[in-house]
Design a protein around this ligand. Structure first.
Ligand SMILES: C=C(O[C@@H]1C=C(C(=O)O)C=C[C@H]1O)C(=O)O
Length: 385
């Protein structure tokens, strides 16, 4: 039998991959044409009917080529989400010309290797020009950097699928004049990383920011006699452990961060939930406006006083105007014991007639009312009208 030449096959695979890349780039260029036509006709970015048809057809055709339906779905979901995001970004830039520019200054927690840095990279995808990195040591510093004009925007985590809401950020939103201008969903995969040859049985100290520590609590609780050292950011934890260079010291961080700091993973996926995701918000001094053809979210802060049923009455106003709420969170109000501030996210554009009517009714019935901002709804599978 003739010997199969691995190198030659790999050349063929590389050539095919390059063709795939070129086809993906061509598909993206078509998505830009699509959104331009949607601007002319005022059509929504997302068309769920078209997506379902597309997936069904591709799945049927794929089967004939021996490709599993699950595989086709996951590949095309990624491609379609990218196309939707590209179109949303195009519309946002058209509507808000000063949104992103070269040499954009971004404040976030930590430095390269932190989870916030991955969110910043995602936020700046497609931006031509350099990011000016304003690494901060606390969430407070991030708000201050943007308020004092040391940064154009701040990127902050606000909730996580394992550890829930990040209260510190909610509390800072209560007093800031900054507006939320975008949101990002970042998959967070925690690994246990070490600086030199080691294994789990040798570990006596684990460094980590308190959020990853909370998100990996099940794994950490199973370990005996391990000291947890909490740092102000993941990047601080990573650089400390690299410096200490000891087989008994490990750190919680992503595999990519490990590569960046020259650390090896001794255990992957140590978060309590397999689908561990963090939602980040982007804050700026000026609000943005979202075109009606993009799925939008509006974030509000309300307090309703202590009258029985006051919160229910306020929420009924959203129902009355057919506005869906996707999040409600309550936090104590500084200096007003036992009173609560309610953070409410609705899947509605601030400028829509429904939303404006609801706000007109809502304002006189609540004690505090603040608009935190209206921005593109980035959670996938959102319907648009
Ligand atoms: C490209 C379009 O926009 C969106 C993206 C789609 C895609 O990438 O195939 C399909 C439907 C829309 O949700 C379109 O409407 O055709």
């Amino acid at each position: 039998m003739e010997k199969i030449d691995l190198d030659k096959i790999r050349v063929d695979i590389t050539n095919l991959d390059e063709q795939l890349l070129s086809l993906l780039a061509q598909r993206r260029a078509l998505s830009i044409q699509v959104v331009k036509s949607k601007v002319q006709d005022q059509k929504p970015v997302r068309d769920s009917y078209r997506e379902t048809l597309l997936l069904q057809n591709l799945s049927n055709k794929g089967k004939k080529l021996g490709l599993k339906s699950d595989y086709i779905h996951s590949v095309y979901r990624t491609i379609i989400e990218d196309s939707v995001e590209l179109q949303q970004d195009y519309l946002m830039q058209l509507n808000n010309p000063n949104l992103k520019s070269a040499d954009y200054k971004v404040a976030y927690l930590g430095s390269k290797g932190s989870y916030s840095h991955s969110a910043v990279e995602k936020y700046l995808t497609g931006l031509n020009g350099g990011l000016i990195d304003v690494g901060c040591k606390s969430f407070d510093d991030i708000f201050a950097a943007v308020e004092d004009k040391d940064a154009d925007v701040g990127v902050l985590p606000i909730e996580n699928t394992s550890s829930g809401s990040i209260n510190e950020v909610y509390d800072l939103l209560q007093t800031t004049r900054l507006k939320i201008i975008d949101e990002l969903y970042i998959p967070v995969k925690h690994n246990l990383l070490v600086a030199c040859e080691s294994d789990l049985s040798k570990i006596t100290t684990i460094y980590g920011h308190h959020q990853p520590v909370a998100q990996c609590s099940d794994f950490l609780n199973e370990l005996n006699d391990v000291e947890i050292v909490v740092t102000d950011s993941t990047s601080t934890a990573l650089s400390e452990v690299k410096k200490i260079n000891d087989p008994s010291v490990a750190v919680l961080g992503s595999a990519e961060a490990g590569k960046h700091y020259g650390l090896q993973s001794i255990r992957a996926d140590v978060a309590n939930q397999k689908d561990n995701q963090t939602r980040f918000i982007v804050v700026a001094r000026e609000p943005v406006t979202v075109p009606m053809t993009c799925a939008a979210k509006t974030s509000l802060i309300l307090s309703v006083g202590q009258r029985p049923g006051a919160l229910v009455d306020a929420l009924m106003i959203f129902k009355q105007f057919n506005i869906s709420m996707c999040k409600i969170e309550s936090r104590p109000i500084k200096g007003r014991p036992w009173e609560e501030m309610f953070y409410i996210d609705v899947t509605e554009n601030l400028q829509s007639e429904n939303m404006q009517s609801a706000i007109r009714e809502l304002k006189p019935s609540v004690s505090d009312y603040t608009e935190l901002g209206c921005y593109v709804n980035r959670s996938s599978h959102t319907e648009e009208s």
